[in-house]
Write a protein that binds this ligand. Structure first.
Ligand code: AMP
Ligand code: MG
Length: 625
Protein backbone atom coordinates (compact mmCIF):
# COMPACT_ATOMS: atom_id res chain seq x y z
CA UNK A 1 0.00 0.00 0.00
CA UNK A 2 1.17 3.50 -0.76
CA UNK A 3 -0.08 5.71 2.03
CA UNK A 4 0.44 8.78 -0.16
CA UNK A 5 -2.57 7.62 -2.19
CA UNK A 6 -4.91 7.84 0.82
CA UNK A 7 -6.45 10.84 2.61
CA UNK A 8 -8.01 10.35 6.03
CA UNK A 9 -11.33 11.88 7.08
CA UNK A 10 -12.58 12.00 10.66
CA UNK A 11 -16.37 12.11 10.76
CA UNK A 12 -17.32 14.51 13.54
CA UNK A 13 -20.37 16.15 12.02
CA UNK A 14 -23.10 14.39 14.01
CA UNK A 15 -25.47 15.80 16.58
CA UNK A 16 -24.19 13.70 19.49
CA UNK A 17 -27.78 12.92 20.41
CA UNK A 18 -27.10 10.09 22.83
CA UNK A 19 -24.28 12.08 24.41
CA UNK A 20 -26.74 14.85 25.29
CA UNK A 21 -26.26 16.86 22.07
CA UNK A 22 -22.70 17.83 22.90
CA UNK A 23 -20.08 17.85 20.17
CA UNK A 24 -18.75 14.33 20.58
CA UNK A 25 -15.34 14.81 19.00
CA UNK A 26 -14.47 17.55 21.51
CA UNK A 27 -15.29 15.49 24.59
CA UNK A 28 -12.34 14.90 26.91
CA UNK A 29 -10.76 11.50 26.53
CA UNK A 30 -7.40 10.02 27.38
CA UNK A 31 -6.07 13.38 28.50
CA UNK A 32 -7.01 15.02 25.17
CA UNK A 33 -10.26 14.76 23.24
CA UNK A 34 -11.84 11.93 21.32
CA UNK A 35 -11.14 13.61 17.96
CA UNK A 36 -7.49 14.17 18.93
CA UNK A 37 -7.17 10.47 19.79
CA UNK A 38 -8.63 9.42 16.45
CA UNK A 39 -6.38 11.89 14.67
CA UNK A 40 -3.31 10.48 16.39
CA UNK A 41 -4.24 6.95 15.27
CA UNK A 42 -5.21 7.88 11.74
CA UNK A 43 -2.45 10.32 10.80
CA UNK A 44 0.41 7.76 10.56
CA UNK A 45 -1.66 5.63 8.18
CA UNK A 46 -2.43 8.23 5.50
CA UNK A 47 -0.99 11.17 3.56
CA UNK A 48 -3.21 13.85 5.15
CA UNK A 49 -6.15 14.02 7.52
CA UNK A 50 -9.15 16.36 7.51
CA UNK A 51 -12.10 16.61 9.88
CA UNK A 52 -15.72 16.76 8.85
CA UNK A 53 -17.56 18.88 11.44
CA UNK A 54 -20.67 21.01 11.49
CA UNK A 55 -20.15 22.85 14.78
CA UNK A 56 -17.19 24.36 16.61
CA UNK A 57 -15.15 24.52 13.43
CA UNK A 58 -12.49 26.67 15.07
CA UNK A 59 -11.96 24.21 17.88
CA UNK A 60 -11.35 21.45 15.34
CA UNK A 61 -9.12 23.66 13.22
CA UNK A 62 -6.91 24.05 16.29
CA UNK A 63 -5.71 20.49 15.62
CA UNK A 64 -3.90 21.90 12.58
CA UNK A 65 -5.93 20.04 9.97
CA UNK A 66 -8.50 21.23 7.41
CA UNK A 67 -12.10 21.24 8.68
CA UNK A 68 -14.90 20.63 6.21
CA UNK A 69 -18.57 21.05 7.04
CA UNK A 70 -21.30 19.15 5.18
CA UNK A 71 -22.40 20.59 1.85
CA UNK A 72 -25.76 18.85 2.22
CA UNK A 73 -27.73 20.75 4.88
CA UNK A 74 -29.49 19.68 8.09
CA UNK A 75 -27.17 17.09 9.58
CA UNK A 76 -27.85 14.58 6.83
CA UNK A 77 -25.74 11.91 8.52
CA UNK A 78 -22.38 10.28 7.82
CA UNK A 79 -22.95 10.11 4.08
CA UNK A 80 -23.04 13.90 3.96
CA UNK A 81 -19.69 13.96 5.73
CA UNK A 82 -18.35 11.43 3.29
CA UNK A 83 -19.54 13.61 0.43
CA UNK A 84 -17.79 16.68 1.85
CA UNK A 85 -14.60 14.61 2.11
CA UNK A 86 -14.82 13.12 -1.37
CA UNK A 87 -15.35 16.52 -2.95
CA UNK A 88 -12.12 17.85 -1.50
CA UNK A 89 -10.08 14.66 -1.66
CA UNK A 90 -6.85 15.14 -3.61
CA UNK A 91 -5.75 11.49 -3.50
CA UNK A 92 -7.02 8.27 -5.12
CA UNK A 93 -8.61 6.99 -1.92
CA UNK A 94 -10.41 8.37 1.10
CA UNK A 95 -10.34 6.56 4.45
CA UNK A 96 -13.00 7.46 7.04
CA UNK A 97 -13.26 6.87 10.76
CA UNK A 98 -15.77 8.29 13.26
CA UNK A 99 -14.64 10.79 15.89
CA UNK A 100 -15.90 8.59 18.73
CA UNK A 101 -13.66 5.57 18.06
CA UNK A 102 -10.42 6.30 19.93
CA UNK A 103 -9.32 2.66 19.77
CA UNK A 104 -9.35 2.24 15.97
CA UNK A 105 -6.85 -0.30 14.49
CA UNK A 106 -3.38 0.92 13.63
CA UNK A 107 -3.50 -1.05 10.38
CA UNK A 108 -6.97 0.07 9.30
CA UNK A 109 -5.79 1.73 6.08
CA UNK A 110 -3.51 -1.13 5.04
CA UNK A 111 -6.05 -3.89 5.64
CA UNK A 112 -8.91 -2.08 3.95
CA UNK A 113 -6.68 -1.19 1.00
CA UNK A 114 -5.59 -4.81 0.54
CA UNK A 115 -9.20 -5.97 0.73
CA UNK A 116 -10.35 -3.38 -1.77
CA UNK A 117 -7.63 -4.24 -4.29
CA UNK A 118 -8.05 -8.01 -3.89
CA UNK A 119 -11.78 -7.78 -4.58
CA UNK A 120 -11.50 -5.11 -7.28
CA UNK A 121 -14.07 -3.17 -5.25
CA UNK A 122 -15.01 0.52 -5.10
CA UNK A 123 -15.19 0.55 -1.33
CA UNK A 124 -13.89 -1.64 1.48
CA UNK A 125 -15.66 -1.68 4.83
CA UNK A 126 -14.58 -3.13 8.19
CA UNK A 127 -16.47 -6.07 9.61
CA UNK A 128 -16.04 -7.85 12.96
CA UNK A 129 -17.49 -10.99 14.41
CA UNK A 130 -18.49 -11.08 18.04
CA UNK A 131 -20.23 -14.04 19.67
CA UNK A 132 -20.93 -15.38 16.20
CA UNK A 133 -22.62 -12.09 15.19
CA UNK A 134 -21.27 -10.40 12.13
CA UNK A 135 -21.16 -6.67 12.51
CA UNK A 136 -20.50 -4.21 9.71
CA UNK A 137 -18.87 -0.90 10.67
CA UNK A 138 -19.94 1.31 7.76
CA UNK A 139 -18.17 4.43 8.97
CA UNK A 140 -14.80 2.67 8.91
CA UNK A 141 -14.29 2.47 5.17
CA UNK A 142 -11.82 3.08 2.39
CA UNK A 143 -13.25 4.19 -0.92
CA UNK A 144 -12.26 5.56 -4.29
CA UNK A 145 -12.45 9.34 -4.50
CA UNK A 146 -13.94 8.91 -7.96
CA UNK A 147 -17.20 7.76 -6.35
CA UNK A 148 -18.18 11.34 -5.54
CA UNK A 149 -20.73 11.75 -8.38
CA UNK A 150 -22.45 8.46 -7.47
CA UNK A 151 -22.73 9.50 -3.82
CA UNK A 152 -23.89 13.03 -4.63
CA UNK A 153 -26.60 11.66 -6.92
CA UNK A 154 -27.73 9.32 -4.15
CA UNK A 155 -27.87 12.17 -1.60
CA UNK A 156 -29.59 14.53 -4.03
CA UNK A 157 -32.24 11.85 -4.54
CA UNK A 158 -32.95 11.99 -0.78
CA UNK A 159 -30.97 8.85 0.08
CA UNK A 160 -29.39 8.91 3.53
CA UNK A 161 -28.68 5.29 4.41
CA UNK A 162 -25.26 3.72 4.19
CA UNK A 163 -26.62 0.35 3.07
CA UNK A 164 -28.76 2.08 0.44
CA UNK A 165 -25.75 3.61 -1.19
CA UNK A 166 -23.70 0.43 -0.82
CA UNK A 167 -26.28 -1.18 -3.10
CA UNK A 168 -25.10 1.05 -5.93
CA UNK A 169 -21.38 0.29 -5.77
CA UNK A 170 -19.09 -2.70 -5.42
CA UNK A 171 -18.31 -3.23 -1.73
CA UNK A 172 -15.69 -5.53 -0.20
CA UNK A 173 -16.07 -6.58 3.44
CA UNK A 174 -12.79 -6.91 5.34
CA UNK A 175 -12.89 -8.94 8.54
CA UNK A 176 -10.98 -7.64 11.59
CA UNK A 177 -10.41 -9.83 14.64
CA UNK A 178 -10.31 -7.15 17.27
CA UNK A 179 -13.91 -6.06 17.76
CA UNK A 180 -12.91 -3.79 20.66
CA UNK A 181 -10.91 -1.60 18.31
CA UNK A 182 -14.15 -0.49 16.67
CA UNK A 183 -15.88 0.40 19.89
CA UNK A 184 -17.84 3.65 19.68
CA UNK A 185 -18.39 5.92 22.63
CA UNK A 186 -21.98 7.03 22.49
CA UNK A 187 -23.15 7.83 25.99
CA UNK A 188 -21.76 9.77 28.94
CA UNK A 189 -21.47 6.49 30.88
CA UNK A 190 -19.34 4.94 28.16
CA UNK A 191 -17.18 8.01 28.06
CA UNK A 192 -16.62 7.76 31.77
CA UNK A 193 -16.10 4.01 31.81
CA UNK A 194 -13.76 3.68 28.85
CA UNK A 195 -11.57 6.70 29.39
CA UNK A 196 -8.10 5.50 30.34
CA UNK A 197 -7.39 8.92 31.85
CA UNK A 198 -10.58 8.91 33.90
CA UNK A 199 -11.02 7.43 37.33
CA UNK A 200 -10.46 3.79 36.41
CA UNK A 201 -13.56 2.30 37.93
CA UNK A 202 -16.30 4.05 39.86
CA UNK A 203 -15.67 3.52 43.57
CA UNK A 204 -18.06 1.46 45.67
CA UNK A 205 -19.67 3.07 48.65
CA UNK A 206 -18.20 0.37 50.88
CA UNK A 207 -14.70 1.38 49.75
CA UNK A 208 -15.31 5.07 50.36
CA UNK A 209 -16.85 4.42 53.74
CA UNK A 210 -14.00 2.16 54.80
CA UNK A 211 -11.72 5.21 54.85
CA UNK A 212 -13.60 6.65 57.82
CA UNK A 213 -12.26 5.70 61.21
CA UNK A 214 -15.60 5.18 62.94
CA UNK A 215 -18.48 4.65 60.59
CA UNK A 216 -21.97 4.23 61.95
CA UNK A 217 -24.70 4.69 59.35
CA UNK A 218 -27.23 5.13 62.17
CA UNK A 219 -25.38 8.04 63.76
CA UNK A 220 -23.37 9.64 61.02
CA UNK A 221 -21.96 13.12 61.63
CA UNK A 222 -22.86 15.68 58.94
CA UNK A 223 -19.20 16.18 58.15
CA UNK A 224 -18.67 12.47 57.39
CA UNK A 225 -21.78 12.24 55.22
CA UNK A 226 -20.60 15.26 53.24
CA UNK A 227 -17.20 13.72 52.81
CA UNK A 228 -18.50 10.35 51.62
CA UNK A 229 -20.78 12.03 49.10
CA UNK A 230 -17.99 14.25 47.85
CA UNK A 231 -15.69 11.30 47.28
CA UNK A 232 -18.31 9.14 45.67
CA UNK A 233 -19.75 11.43 43.02
CA UNK A 234 -17.89 11.89 39.76
CA UNK A 235 -17.96 14.86 37.42
CA UNK A 236 -19.87 14.59 34.18
CA UNK A 237 -17.03 15.37 31.86
CA UNK A 238 -18.88 16.16 28.64
CA UNK A 239 -18.12 19.61 27.28
CA UNK A 240 -20.30 22.06 25.35
CA UNK A 241 -18.83 24.89 23.29
CA UNK A 242 -21.29 27.73 23.74
CA UNK A 243 -21.55 31.30 22.53
CA UNK A 244 -20.24 33.74 25.13
CA UNK A 245 -23.62 34.94 26.43
CA UNK A 246 -24.85 31.38 26.92
CA UNK A 247 -21.92 30.69 29.22
CA UNK A 248 -23.52 32.76 32.02
CA UNK A 249 -24.06 30.54 35.05
CA UNK A 250 -22.30 27.58 33.43
CA UNK A 251 -19.08 25.99 34.66
CA UNK A 252 -15.85 26.51 32.73
CA UNK A 253 -14.58 23.16 31.48
CA UNK A 254 -11.08 24.39 30.65
CA UNK A 255 -8.73 27.17 31.67
CA UNK A 256 -9.22 30.16 29.41
CA UNK A 257 -5.84 31.39 28.26
CA UNK A 258 -5.68 34.98 27.12
CA UNK A 259 -4.91 35.11 23.39
CA UNK A 260 -3.89 38.78 23.61
CA UNK A 261 -2.31 41.35 25.90
CA UNK A 262 -4.94 43.38 27.74
CA UNK A 263 -4.70 46.25 27.13
CA UNK A 264 -3.09 45.59 23.80
CA UNK A 265 -1.23 48.96 23.75
CA UNK A 266 0.18 51.39 26.24
CA UNK A 267 -2.64 53.90 26.65
CA UNK A 268 -3.76 56.89 28.65
CA UNK A 269 -5.63 56.55 31.95
CA UNK A 270 -6.75 60.21 31.83
CA UNK A 271 -7.99 62.97 29.59
CA UNK A 272 -5.01 65.31 29.40
CA UNK A 273 -1.67 65.67 27.63
CA UNK A 274 0.77 62.90 26.75
CA UNK A 275 4.39 63.94 27.13
CA UNK A 276 7.94 62.75 27.58
CA UNK A 277 8.83 62.37 31.25
CA UNK A 278 12.30 63.69 30.46
CA UNK A 279 10.73 67.06 29.53
CA UNK A 280 9.55 67.65 33.10
CA UNK A 281 12.06 69.95 34.87
CA UNK A 282 12.19 69.48 38.63
CA UNK A 283 11.92 73.12 39.64
CA UNK A 284 10.49 75.13 36.78
CA UNK A 285 7.25 75.01 34.79
CA UNK A 286 7.45 72.97 31.60
CA UNK A 287 6.16 74.61 28.42
CA UNK A 288 5.37 72.00 25.77
CA UNK A 289 4.01 72.60 22.30
CA UNK A 290 0.77 70.70 21.52
CA UNK A 291 1.36 69.00 18.16
CA UNK A 292 -1.82 66.96 17.80
CA UNK A 293 -4.61 64.95 19.43
CA UNK A 294 -4.96 61.24 20.22
CA UNK A 295 -8.49 59.87 20.59
CA UNK A 296 -9.56 56.48 21.95
CA UNK A 297 -9.63 54.31 18.87
CA UNK A 298 -7.85 56.94 16.76
CA UNK A 299 -4.16 57.22 17.52
CA UNK A 300 -2.01 60.28 16.91
CA UNK A 301 -0.06 59.29 13.80
CA UNK A 302 2.89 61.70 13.95
CA UNK A 303 6.12 61.86 15.88
CA UNK A 304 6.55 63.74 19.16
CA UNK A 305 9.86 65.57 19.49
CA UNK A 306 11.38 66.70 22.81
CA UNK A 307 9.54 69.81 23.98
CA UNK A 308 6.28 68.67 22.41
CA UNK A 309 3.14 67.01 23.74
CA UNK A 310 -0.14 65.56 22.44
CA UNK A 311 -3.66 66.24 23.67
CA UNK A 312 -4.90 62.76 24.67
CA UNK A 313 -8.20 61.14 25.70
CA UNK A 314 -8.67 58.28 28.15
CA UNK A 315 -7.96 54.96 26.45
CA UNK A 316 -6.09 56.51 23.50
CA UNK A 317 -2.85 54.83 22.45
CA UNK A 318 0.22 56.60 23.84
CA UNK A 319 2.00 58.51 21.04
CA UNK A 320 5.51 57.29 20.23
CA UNK A 321 8.10 58.61 22.67
CA UNK A 322 5.53 59.68 25.28
CA UNK A 323 5.52 57.87 28.61
CA UNK A 324 3.43 60.11 30.90
CA UNK A 325 0.06 61.83 30.92
CA UNK A 326 -0.79 64.98 32.82
CA UNK A 327 -4.52 65.36 33.56
CA UNK A 328 -6.04 68.36 31.80
CA UNK A 329 -7.25 69.97 35.02
CA UNK A 330 -3.66 70.38 36.25
CA UNK A 331 -2.39 72.47 33.33
CA UNK A 332 -2.94 75.78 31.62
CA UNK A 333 -2.77 76.42 27.91
CA UNK A 334 -1.69 79.45 25.94
CA UNK A 335 -2.54 79.04 22.24
CA UNK A 336 -0.72 75.85 21.23
CA UNK A 337 1.45 75.68 24.33
CA UNK A 338 0.63 73.62 27.42
CA UNK A 339 2.14 74.78 30.71
CA UNK A 340 2.61 72.44 33.64
CA UNK A 341 3.82 73.46 37.08
CA UNK A 342 6.83 71.65 38.59
CA UNK A 343 6.00 68.55 40.66
CA UNK A 344 2.52 68.13 39.15
CA UNK A 345 3.22 64.57 37.97
CA UNK A 346 6.13 62.17 37.85
CA UNK A 347 7.45 60.48 34.73
CA UNK A 348 5.34 57.39 33.93
CA UNK A 349 2.18 58.66 35.65
CA UNK A 350 -1.29 57.98 34.23
CA UNK A 351 -0.11 55.54 31.63
CA UNK A 352 -1.58 52.03 31.43
CA UNK A 353 0.95 49.52 30.14
CA UNK A 354 0.18 46.92 27.47
CA UNK A 355 -0.55 43.56 29.15
CA UNK A 356 -1.03 45.27 32.51
CA UNK A 357 -4.39 43.52 33.13
CA UNK A 358 -3.47 40.25 31.45
CA UNK A 359 -0.50 39.00 29.48
CA UNK A 360 -1.06 36.98 26.31
CA UNK A 361 -0.67 33.28 27.14
CA UNK A 362 -1.54 33.60 30.81
CA UNK A 363 -4.70 32.00 32.22
CA UNK A 364 -7.49 34.53 32.47
CA UNK A 365 -10.01 32.20 34.11
CA UNK A 366 -9.64 28.78 35.66
CA UNK A 367 -11.69 25.70 34.91
CA UNK A 368 -14.33 25.00 37.52
CA UNK A 369 -15.35 28.63 37.77
CA UNK A 370 -19.02 29.42 37.49
CA UNK A 371 -19.26 32.17 34.89
CA UNK A 372 -20.60 35.43 36.33
CA UNK A 373 -21.35 38.73 34.60
CA UNK A 374 -17.81 40.01 35.27
CA UNK A 375 -16.40 36.89 33.63
CA UNK A 376 -18.53 37.44 30.54
CA UNK A 377 -17.05 40.91 30.30
CA UNK A 378 -13.53 39.65 30.86
CA UNK A 379 -13.92 37.00 28.16
CA UNK A 380 -15.34 39.59 25.80
CA UNK A 381 -12.33 41.83 26.48
CA UNK A 382 -10.15 38.97 25.26
CA UNK A 383 -12.18 38.58 22.09
CA UNK A 384 -13.32 35.10 23.15
CA UNK A 385 -16.55 34.29 21.27
CA UNK A 386 -17.06 30.68 22.31
CA UNK A 387 -16.51 29.14 25.70
CA UNK A 388 -16.01 25.48 26.70
CA UNK A 389 -18.42 24.75 29.54
CA UNK A 390 -19.54 21.54 31.22
CA UNK A 391 -22.65 19.98 29.81
CA UNK A 392 -25.72 20.91 31.80
CA UNK A 393 -26.43 18.41 34.49
CA UNK A 394 -29.71 16.55 33.99
CA UNK A 395 -31.52 16.03 37.24
CA UNK A 396 -34.75 14.06 37.59
CA UNK A 397 -36.86 14.56 40.70
CA UNK A 398 -40.08 13.29 42.17
CA UNK A 399 -42.01 13.25 45.43
CA UNK A 400 -43.22 10.06 47.05
CA UNK A 401 -46.24 9.56 49.26
CA UNK A 402 -49.86 8.42 48.95
CA UNK A 403 -50.97 11.48 50.92
CA UNK A 404 -49.58 13.91 48.38
CA UNK A 405 -51.82 15.80 46.00
CA UNK A 406 -50.71 17.99 43.14
CA UNK A 407 -51.92 21.55 42.76
CA UNK A 408 -55.33 21.55 41.11
CA UNK A 409 -56.46 18.30 42.72
CA UNK A 410 -59.00 18.33 45.56
CA UNK A 411 -57.39 17.91 48.96
CA UNK A 412 -59.00 14.84 50.55
CA UNK A 413 -58.87 14.01 54.24
CA UNK A 414 -55.34 13.53 55.52
CA UNK A 415 -53.83 14.77 52.28
CA UNK A 416 -51.31 17.57 51.72
CA UNK A 417 -50.26 19.43 48.66
CA UNK A 418 -46.90 18.39 47.30
CA UNK A 419 -44.67 21.33 48.10
CA UNK A 420 -41.29 19.59 47.92
CA UNK A 421 -41.56 19.30 44.19
CA UNK A 422 -41.60 23.09 44.04
CA UNK A 423 -38.83 23.81 46.49
CA UNK A 424 -36.66 21.21 44.76
CA UNK A 425 -37.55 22.69 41.40
CA UNK A 426 -36.49 26.12 42.63
CA UNK A 427 -33.22 24.99 44.14
CA UNK A 428 -32.23 22.94 41.08
CA UNK A 429 -33.20 25.72 38.73
CA UNK A 430 -30.93 28.11 40.62
CA UNK A 431 -28.05 25.69 40.15
CA UNK A 432 -28.60 25.78 36.39
CA UNK A 433 -29.57 22.12 35.96
CA UNK A 434 -31.73 20.67 33.20
CA UNK A 435 -34.77 19.40 35.02
CA UNK A 436 -36.95 16.34 34.58
CA UNK A 437 -39.97 16.86 36.82
CA UNK A 438 -41.56 13.45 37.40
CA UNK A 439 -44.30 14.63 39.73
CA UNK A 440 -45.71 12.53 42.55
CA UNK A 441 -45.05 8.79 42.71
CA UNK A 442 -47.36 6.66 44.84
CA UNK A 443 -46.08 4.51 47.70
CA UNK A 444 -46.25 1.48 45.45
CA UNK A 445 -43.35 -0.85 44.66
CA UNK A 446 -43.95 -1.10 40.93
CA UNK A 447 -44.59 2.61 40.46
CA UNK A 448 -41.48 3.45 42.45
CA UNK A 449 -39.23 1.04 40.62
CA UNK A 450 -40.47 2.30 37.27
CA UNK A 451 -39.94 5.93 38.29
CA UNK A 452 -36.42 5.25 39.54
CA UNK A 453 -35.51 3.35 36.38
CA UNK A 454 -36.92 6.06 34.10
CA UNK A 455 -35.07 8.70 36.07
CA UNK A 456 -31.84 6.71 35.98
CA UNK A 457 -31.98 6.19 32.23
CA UNK A 458 -32.52 9.86 31.51
CA UNK A 459 -30.64 11.80 34.15
CA UNK A 460 -27.24 12.18 35.77
CA UNK A 461 -28.73 12.56 39.23
CA UNK A 462 -32.06 11.78 40.88
CA UNK A 463 -33.59 13.63 43.79
CA UNK A 464 -36.52 12.10 45.61
CA UNK A 465 -38.31 13.27 48.70
CA UNK A 466 -40.08 11.17 51.30
CA UNK A 467 -40.09 7.49 52.06
CA UNK A 468 -36.61 7.19 53.56
CA UNK A 469 -37.46 7.71 57.21
CA UNK A 470 -37.89 4.90 59.71
CA UNK A 471 -41.65 4.90 59.67
CA UNK A 472 -41.97 5.07 55.93
CA UNK A 473 -43.08 2.18 53.75
CA UNK A 474 -40.12 -0.18 53.65
CA UNK A 475 -40.08 -0.89 49.96
CA UNK A 476 -38.86 2.58 48.99
CA UNK A 477 -35.56 1.70 50.55
CA UNK A 478 -35.68 -1.89 49.33
CA UNK A 479 -36.16 -0.82 45.75
CA UNK A 480 -33.50 1.84 45.89
CA UNK A 481 -31.08 -0.71 47.29
CA UNK A 482 -32.00 -3.31 44.69
CA UNK A 483 -31.25 -0.94 41.81
CA UNK A 484 -27.69 -0.21 42.82
CA UNK A 485 -25.17 0.80 45.43
CA UNK A 486 -27.31 2.77 47.89
CA UNK A 487 -26.86 3.39 51.57
CA UNK A 488 -29.31 4.69 54.16
CA UNK A 489 -28.17 6.99 56.87
CA UNK A 490 -29.43 8.53 60.01
CA UNK A 491 -27.45 11.70 60.19
CA UNK A 492 -26.66 13.56 63.38
CA UNK A 493 -28.58 16.68 62.38
CA UNK A 494 -31.81 18.53 62.88
CA UNK A 495 -33.94 18.82 60.88
CA UNK A 496 -33.49 16.03 58.34
CA UNK A 497 -32.09 12.88 59.89
CA UNK A 498 -32.77 10.25 57.21
CA UNK A 499 -30.95 10.32 53.89
CA UNK A 500 -30.50 7.75 51.14
CA UNK A 501 -27.48 8.14 48.93
CA UNK A 502 -25.77 6.13 46.22
CA UNK A 503 -25.75 5.25 42.57
CA UNK A 504 -28.39 3.21 40.80
CA UNK A 505 -28.28 1.44 37.44
CA UNK A 506 -30.82 0.61 34.81
CA UNK A 507 -30.29 -0.54 31.25
CA UNK A 508 -26.60 0.28 31.16
CA UNK A 509 -27.13 3.78 32.47
CA UNK A 510 -26.43 5.01 35.95
CA UNK A 511 -27.33 8.00 38.07
CA UNK A 512 -26.48 9.30 41.51
CA UNK A 513 -29.39 9.12 43.89
CA UNK A 514 -30.27 11.48 46.72
CA UNK A 515 -33.23 10.23 48.69
CA UNK A 516 -34.13 13.26 50.79
CA UNK A 517 -36.52 13.15 53.73
CA UNK A 518 -40.13 14.16 53.21
CA UNK A 519 -40.50 17.03 55.67
CA UNK A 520 -40.53 20.28 53.73
CA UNK A 521 -37.83 22.04 55.76
CA UNK A 522 -35.72 18.89 56.01
CA UNK A 523 -35.80 18.62 52.23
CA UNK A 524 -34.32 22.06 51.81
CA UNK A 525 -31.71 21.62 54.50
CA UNK A 526 -30.60 18.25 53.11
CA UNK A 527 -30.50 19.67 49.61
CA UNK A 528 -28.36 22.65 50.56
CA UNK A 529 -25.98 20.76 52.82
CA UNK A 530 -25.60 17.48 50.88
CA UNK A 531 -27.03 17.51 47.37
CA UNK A 532 -25.94 20.99 46.33
CA UNK A 533 -22.23 20.38 46.75
CA UNK A 534 -22.48 16.99 45.03
CA UNK A 535 -24.36 18.39 42.05
CA UNK A 536 -21.88 21.24 41.66
CA UNK A 537 -19.08 18.72 41.84
CA UNK A 538 -20.74 16.71 39.08
CA UNK A 539 -20.84 19.90 37.02
CA UNK A 540 -17.11 20.28 37.58
CA UNK A 541 -17.60 23.41 39.69
CA UNK A 542 -15.64 24.42 42.67
CA UNK A 543 -18.13 26.38 44.78
CA UNK A 544 -18.10 25.74 48.54
CA UNK A 545 -21.06 26.87 50.60
CA UNK A 546 -20.80 30.62 51.20
CA UNK A 547 -20.90 30.54 54.99
CA UNK A 548 -20.29 33.77 56.90
CA UNK A 549 -20.09 34.76 60.54
CA UNK A 550 -22.61 36.84 62.47
CA UNK A 551 -23.35 37.56 66.11
CA UNK A 552 -26.37 35.89 67.71
CA UNK A 553 -28.99 38.45 68.74
CA UNK A 554 -30.17 36.26 71.60
CA UNK A 555 -29.47 32.90 73.28
CA UNK A 556 -29.92 29.88 70.96
CA UNK A 557 -30.49 26.65 72.84
CA UNK A 558 -28.60 23.71 71.37
CA UNK A 559 -27.37 20.27 72.47
CA UNK A 560 -23.84 19.26 71.51
CA UNK A 561 -23.54 16.06 69.46
CA UNK A 562 -25.54 16.95 66.40
CA UNK A 563 -25.63 19.70 63.81
CA UNK A 564 -28.62 22.03 63.94
CA UNK A 565 -29.85 24.25 61.18
CA UNK A 566 -32.10 27.01 62.41
CA UNK A 567 -33.93 29.47 60.25
CA UNK A 568 -32.60 32.93 60.86
CA UNK A 569 -32.99 36.56 59.95
CA UNK A 570 -29.76 38.39 59.37
CA UNK A 571 -29.67 42.16 59.79
CA UNK A 572 -27.11 44.78 60.81
CA UNK A 573 -26.84 46.21 64.29
CA UNK A 574 -26.34 49.90 65.09
CA UNK A 575 -22.62 49.60 64.29
CA UNK A 576 -23.31 48.00 60.92
CA UNK A 577 -22.16 44.56 62.12
CA UNK A 578 -24.10 41.47 60.98
CA UNK A 579 -26.39 40.06 63.66
CA UNK A 580 -28.70 37.07 63.36
CA UNK A 581 -31.93 36.18 65.16
CA UNK A 582 -33.62 32.82 64.75
CA UNK A 583 -37.20 32.82 63.47
CA UNK A 584 -39.92 31.52 65.76
CA UNK A 585 -41.14 27.96 65.28
CA UNK A 586 -38.37 25.65 64.06
CA UNK A 587 -40.45 22.48 63.34
CA UNK A 588 -39.18 20.57 60.35
CA UNK A 589 -42.54 20.75 58.58
CA UNK A 590 -43.00 24.49 58.95
CA UNK A 591 -42.10 25.88 55.59
CA UNK A 592 -43.29 29.33 56.58
CA UNK A 593 -40.24 29.70 58.83
CA UNK A 594 -38.05 28.99 55.82
CA UNK A 595 -39.88 31.53 53.74
CA UNK A 596 -39.62 34.21 56.43
CA UNK A 597 -35.94 33.55 57.00
CA UNK A 598 -33.17 35.04 54.89
CA UNK A 599 -30.53 32.64 56.16
CA UNK A 600 -29.86 29.48 58.08
CA UNK A 601 -27.87 29.47 61.29
CA UNK A 602 -25.49 26.50 61.27
CA UNK A 603 -24.75 25.17 64.72
CA UNK A 604 -22.04 22.55 64.41
CA UNK A 605 -21.81 19.16 66.13
CA UNK A 606 -19.62 20.05 69.05
CA UNK A 607 -21.29 23.40 69.68
CA UNK A 608 -23.56 23.83 72.72
CA UNK A 609 -25.98 26.64 73.59
CA UNK A 610 -25.02 29.92 71.99
CA UNK A 611 -25.09 33.07 74.12
CA UNK A 612 -26.25 36.43 72.85
CA UNK A 613 -23.29 38.12 71.18
CA UNK A 614 -21.47 34.85 70.30
CA UNK A 615 -20.40 34.47 66.69
CA UNK A 616 -22.16 31.75 64.67
CA UNK A 617 -21.98 30.49 61.08
CA UNK A 618 -24.81 31.57 58.83
CA UNK A 619 -25.69 30.65 55.29
CA UNK A 620 -27.43 33.44 53.42
CA UNK A 621 -30.13 32.29 51.03
CA UNK A 622 -29.45 35.10 48.58
CA UNK A 623 -26.32 34.38 46.67
CA UNK A 624 -26.71 30.65 47.23
CA UNK A 625 -27.09 30.43 43.46
P1 AMP B 1 -41.92 10.65 54.85
O1 AMP B 1 -40.48 10.92 54.85
O2 AMP B 1 -42.40 10.10 53.54
O3 AMP B 1 -42.34 9.83 56.01
O4 AMP B 1 -42.64 12.05 55.03
C1 AMP B 1 -42.45 12.82 56.17
C2 AMP B 1 -43.46 13.95 56.23
O5 AMP B 1 -43.25 14.86 55.16
C3 AMP B 1 -44.91 13.52 56.13
O6 AMP B 1 -45.67 14.34 56.99
C4 AMP B 1 -45.26 13.83 54.69
O7 AMP B 1 -46.64 14.06 54.51
C5 AMP B 1 -44.44 15.06 54.43
N1 AMP B 1 -44.13 15.12 53.02
C6 AMP B 1 -43.52 14.15 52.32
N2 AMP B 1 -43.37 14.51 51.04
C7 AMP B 1 -43.92 15.75 50.93
C8 AMP B 1 -44.08 16.64 49.85
N3 AMP B 1 -43.65 16.32 48.63
N4 AMP B 1 -44.69 17.83 50.07
C9 AMP B 1 -45.11 18.14 51.31
N5 AMP B 1 -44.98 17.33 52.36
C10 AMP B 1 -44.40 16.14 52.20
MG1 MG C 1 -44.04 9.27 52.75
Amino acid sequence: MNKESISGLILAGGRGTRMGHVDKGLQPFGGTTMAAQVLARLAPQVATVAINANRNLEAYAAYGVPVWPDDTPDYAGPLAGLQAGLRRCATTYLLTAPCDSPFLPEDLAGRLHDGLCAAGADLAVAVTEEDGRRQVHPVFCLLKASLEPVLSAYLDGGGRRMDGWYGQIKVAEVVFDDADAFRNINTPDELQRLDPAGSAAAPRLADVVSCLSAYDPDALPVRDAQRIIREFVAPVRAVDMVALRSALGRVLAEDIVSPIDVPSHDNSAMDGYALRGADLPADAPARLRVVGTAFAGRAYGGAVAPGECVRIMTGAVMPPGCDSVVPQEFVTTEDDVMVIAPGTIRAGDNRRLAGEDLKAGSPALRRGKIVRPADLGLLASLGVAEVPVGRRLRVAFFSTGDELRSIGQPLGEGCVYDSNRYTIYGMLQRLGCDLIDMGVVRDDPQALEQALRDACENADAIITSGGVSVGAADYTKQIMARLGDVTFWKIGMRPGRPLAFGRIHSNNRSAFLFGLPGNPVAVMVSFYFFARDALLRMMGADAPLPLMRARAAATIRKKPGRTEYQRGILTRDADGQPVVAVTGAQGSGILRSMSEANCMVVLHDEQGTVQAGDAVDVLLFDGLI
